[in-house]
Design a protein around this ligand. Structure first.
Ligand code: GLA
Length: 383
């Protein structure tokens, strides 16, 4: 896709771009709604990427164009970028420029042409991919020297403040820092990371992504409500973040919350989910990848019953996959739609896929999009 985007830029702006970059979407293997609780996550990068051809400008103008959106070039003045005012796709790249400048980095303008293969609204971090690809391009072109984790932080700030979606740090870090063939074990408190080898094919297994086609949006209220509820739970327990509740002290903590059922459910999910991430890391390191199946299933139950962010389509994927022999399955990402992942023996993939498709048809749901996910590379310069 790099060549196409390079050519698209030249056609649009009349000169070749200074460079072309790409940044992937992600799926999260385990560790959901833990990232804004200072907890653990374990995403890996998808082969689907956002690609950007970019050149610098010196005149305080930002020109943006997307091959995926109808409409021409959008021209913005850097001095006019105001958080919360843009409700369209341009808020993501513009938000990154805003965040860089607000942090004191001398970005004086850019021409940008983008194209993305990350499905939008599918819970696969299409917006983080857009942010990170622009951040990496500007970091290179303006020689800002920012490390990847810092770029992820700036992209999160763009998303939280400029776009106005109260998300955590997982998606941007995944897009910026993942490595091919690995899942990223990330501690969201200090962004320390470990690349965990994750080669399911070598073990005779596959990981499927099932996009339910139910569109979700983080700027809508439910995500923010869960986040606020977790912060309230931490305050009630007298800890900085739910990450600070030791696994062995969960029961005592829940007892202290008494009949505050809402807090009990949110706290229980986050603390057990952190423990599940560590369990998955341990199992993979011990060379026992099949054993992660039940841990994924437990994660789904917790998101469905305690965190209450699943939906009938996601539950149907999980139930059908498990009933037809999958090793594990769960919703992935923010919830309320989007995608599920299914871990299955290679030999069972066709049966499971067919069963999910038939179950969707029988329930009268839109046909899901199913594809295999193999851990791909993080953001990089293409040319
Ligand atoms: C979305 C957010 C992430 C994270 C997940 C849930 O993808 O962008 O920060 O909170 O939901 O794990």
């Amino acid at each position: 896709m790099g060549e196409q985007v390079r050519d698209g830029f030249a056609e649009l702006y009349g000169t070749a771009p200074e460079g072309v970059w790409s940044a992937p979407g992600r799926v999260n293997l385990i560790g959901e709604h833990t990232d804004y609780n200072d907890g653990f996550v374990m995403p890996f990068a998808l082969p689907h990427t956002a690609v950007a051809a970019v050149s610098r400008r010196a005149d305080g103008v930002l020109r943006l164009h997307s091959a995926d959106v109808d409409g021409g070039v959008v021209e913005l003045r850097l001095d006019d970028l105001v958080p919360g005012t843009d409700r369209t796709w341009t808020a993501y790249p513009a938000g990154v420029v805003w965040a860089l400048r607000e942090a004191g980095h001398p970005v004086t303008g850019a021409d940008v042409h983008l194209a993305s293969t990350v499905p939008a609204g599918a819970g696969l971090s299409s917006s983080a991919a857009l942010e990170v690809v622009v951040a990496l391009a500007l970091n290179d072109l303006y020689e800002l020297g920012l490390p990847r984790w810092k770029l992820a932080r700036l992209c999160q700030r763009a998303e939280n403040v400029y776009v106005g979606a109260p998300t955590g740090i997982m998606d941007q870090t995944a897009s910026a820092c993942c490595e091919e063939g690995h899942a990223l074990f990330l501690d969201t408190r200090d962004l320390s990371q470990r690349q965990i080898p994750f080669d399911l094919a070598a073990e005779g297994m596959r990981l499927l992504v099932v996009d339910t086609r139910v569109k979700h949006s983080h700027s809508e209220g439910e995500y923010g409500k869960r986040r606020a509820g977790c912060e309230r739970g931490a305050a009630l327990l007298g800890v900085d973040a739910l990450r600070d509740v030791p696994y062995g002290e969960l029961d005592a903590a829940l007892a202290r919350l008494g009949d505050d059922e809402e807090a009990v459910r949110l706290v229980r999910h986050v603390v057990t989910e952190d423990e599940r991430v560590e369990k998955v890391v341990e199992l993979l390191r011990a060379g026992d990848p099949r054993a992660i199946g039940p841990v994924l299933v437990a994660g789904h139950a917790s998101l469905r019953d305690d965190f209450r962010i699943s939906c009938p389509e996601l539950d149907l994927v999980v139930d059908t996959a498990l009933a037809t022999g999958a090793l594990g399955a769960r919703m992935t990402g923010g919830g309320f739609g989007g995608s599920a992942i299914v871990l299955a023996e290679a030999a069972d993939v066709d049966t499971v896929t067919k069963a999910v498709q038939e179950a969707f048809a029988a329930a009268g749901f839109t046909a899901p999009r199913v594809f295999e996910a193999v851990p791909a590379a993080g953001a990089r310069r293409l040319s």
